[in-house]
Design a protein. Structure first.
Length: 545
């Protein structure tokens, strides 16, 4: 019988090793921590520090026997989990301990609807019948901020935005009211207003259910807001631990001090306002048909982008902000002719809207995109070198294979990836490292226009700052035009000359970054800024610092 005063979860001297072709590599080196009932412990540190590996060890979800535990103990309510029978772990997973994974696109089944996937959790673990499961699914989706939840029940994961997919994962994790919730970057893909809602939701559930939480994140703002205690990890070890107040106000370890100081700042490089226009659109639309009936006739449209106009010049960055589902990513994909759209797209003086695929291909090299989810956009069957170099081969860049290798190495070095790692595969890298590889794949082609769709959302603070600096340098060196899509307004402010604010497919505010960020005219923009920069808004909607 377990001690009532004992911690809910206790990890002692945990060690995790992985077998590699070069021998055994230790990813976690003697980590110890505990979580009491109802409290939140945050594990923070850079990508690759061992945070997620430690968390997955709790649920015994590492790829055994490739992964092993040379030493250590993990007890939950007094029961040892390392080496526990699979039947015991099945009873714990989802019921007593739930997980919100970092990358929802690879956790959700692409062949099943949202209703089926959330409902399956309730049917299997709660024994609900289909009708009751549907009702509870709607409640959960509404709880985590999914608009028009009933219409989303029949949707598939690819039909949702990144933030919406993350909210579905949160709903699934909370469905069975677990004793412990492991939240691995739960707000990474969520815009700032929904982030505040999700954090408040998690805090309310903790208060109602006495639920404990292990929060894994690189977002120190989230840590400060909801964590009781903090453990800072670096290279597989905990280098500092203590109360949230003591860690933030009196950090002792140099690495902790470095983390707290690492936040994207500064301003974008200056640009010539008379520089050539790289791309411009006017009254641009992306409408998705809604089909109904036996003949599947179009009865209406989802107006994902509805009448947007913008111009981006050489050396200029236009930031695009708004909530998940506001149309930001649809705008990017339509502009690149990756999905159907209406309205002229003028790229370097040429209307590319009517071009056939063959005529458009030569221009593709000069129009590149970095997608939001690096794992979903990198082929698991290709090495990093092949991924980064694929575009070089397609567009005939580089005189020979040796020169292409040099270009690949240079691109990887620019984004902070060791060139020798080009022979490895994406699954062998952390989330942040995978995003840097995706950036290198775009940068290696030296484009004129680069669309960045949440390029820093999966990166820790220090790497965010590095990537922002890298993008600024590349923009200055090559006179690049950027369309920068993000829900992280701190990064948008550090990168953008001009900002457009989208909601429901329309631009509701547009102007210089200084004007939109510091003196927003629209109530919705003021709400976004308040959530992002922790401002206060009085009842009249006036935002005060």
């Amino acid at each position: 019988m377990s001690d009532r005063n004992a911690p809910l979860l206790e990890v002692k001297d945990l060690r995790v090793a992985f077998r590699t072709p070069l021998g055994e590599s230790e990813a976690v080196k003697g980590v110890s921590f505990h979580i009491n009932k109802g409290e939140t412990l945050a594990l923070v540190g850079e990508s690759g520090s061992g945070k997620s590996v430690s968390a997955l060890s709790i649920l015994q979800l590492l790829p055994y026997p490739v992964a092993s535990h040379p030493g250590g103990s993990i007890t939950f309510l007094g029961d040892e989990l390392i080496g526990a029978p699979e039947q015991q772990m099945r009873e714990i997973r989802g019921n007593r301990i739930s997980l919100i994974p970092q990358e929802p696109i690879i956790s959700l089944n692409p062949l099943h609807t949202i209703e089926r996937q959330v409902g399956e959790v309730l049917i299997i673990h709660k024994g609900l019948i289909a009708k009751a499961a549907r009702t509870r699914t709607l409640e959960l989706l509404d709880l985590v901020g999914i608009r028009d939840a009933e219409k989303r029940l029949s949707a598939y994961p690819h039909e949702l935005s990144g933030g919406q997919r993350q909210r579905v994962m949160i709903a699934m994790a909370l469905a069975n009211e677990p004793d412990l919730l492991i939240a691995d970057e739960p707000t990474t893909a969520v815009d700032v207003t929904i982030q505040a809602q999700i954090l408040k939701l998690l805090q309310d559930l903790q208060a109602d259910m006495g639920m404990a939480m292990l929060l894994i994140t690189h977002d120190l703002g989230v840590v400060r807001r909801i964590a009781s205690r903090v453990a800072v990890m670096r290279l597989g070890e905990i280098v500092e631990a203590g109360s949230t107040k003591s860690i933030f106000e009196k950090p002792r370890h140099p690495y902790t001090i470095q983390l707290l100081a690492a936040e994207p700042g500064g301003a974008p490089p200056s640009y010539d306002e008379a520089a050539p226009k790289i791309v411009s659109i006017d009254d641009f639309k992306v409408w998705y048909p809604i089909k109904a009936g036996i003949l599947r006739r179009t009865v209406d449209h989802v107006r994902a982008v509805d009448g947007v106009s913008l111009t981006v010049r050489a050396g200029q960055t236009v930031g695009v902000v708004g909530e998940s589902g506001s149309g930001k990513s649809s705008l990017a994909l339509g502009l690149l002719r990756l999905i159907s759209s209406r309205g002229a797209v003028i790229f370097k003086g040429q209307n590319i809207q009517g071009l056939k695929s063959k005529a458009l291909r030569p221009l593709r090299r000069e129009m590149q995109i970095v997608f939001q989810d690096p794992f979903g956009s990198l082929s698991p069957r290709m090495t990093v070198g092949e991924i980064v170099g694929e575009g070089l081969s397609i567009h005939g860049l580089g005189a020979d294979p040796a020169e292409r290798q040099e270009m690949i190495i240079a691109a990887l070095e620019e984004v902070g990836i060791e060139p020798d790692s080009r022979h490895r595969y994406p699954h062998e890298f952390s989330g942040g490292q995978r995003q840097r590889i995706a950036i290198a794949r775009a940068m290696v082609l030296k484009p004129k226009l680069l669309i960045l769709d949440e390029p820093t959302s999966a990166l820790d603070m220090s790497v965010q700052a590095q990537i922002v600096d890298l993008l600024r340098k590349l923009q200055t060196d090559h006179d690049l035009a950027y369309i920068f899509i993000s829900h992280d307004l701190r990064v948008v402010r550090a990168m953008s000359h001009e900002v457009i604010v989208m909601r429901g497919g329309k631009v509701i505010e547009q102007g210089s970054a200084e004007q939109v960020m510091e003196k927003p005219a629209e109530p919705y923009t003021r709400a976004l800024m308040a959530a992002a920069f922790e401002l206060r808004a009085d009842e009249s909607g006036v935002v005060e610092v």
